[in-house]
Design a protein. Structure first.
Length: 92
């Protein structure tokens, strides 16, 4: 099954090895399908997602929120997710 929309997000990971402390930024994708939303580590059925919202933080970045049956999940984004949110609302 092909996805309907995709939204890039990122995850900042901190790795401590001995005395070295490094920060790694992983670039990831959220995929919207007809029946589910999939991230790298989670999968939400569309019936379990109540809403999506976006809050801009700074000039180019913000947080995409998924309001679900299991709680609210936030994903930091660098690109405005309006088209992703609209694609979700069309399914609802």
């Amino acid at each position: 099954m092909d996805w309907i929309a995709v939204q890039p997000y990122y995850k900042v990971l901190r790795e401590v090895n001995g005395i070295e402390d490094t920060t790694v930024v992983e670039h990831r994708q959220i995929y919207l399908y007809v029946d589910k939303i999939v991230t790298k580590h989670r999968e939400f059925l569309i019936s379990e997602v109540f809403d999506m919202s976006y809050r801009q933080m700074g000039n180019d970045e913000g947080l995409l929120y998924l309001h679900t049956k299991r709680g609210v999940y936030s994903y930091p984004v660098k690109e405005n997710p309006e088209s992703f949110i609209e694609a979700f609302k069309v399914l609802d």
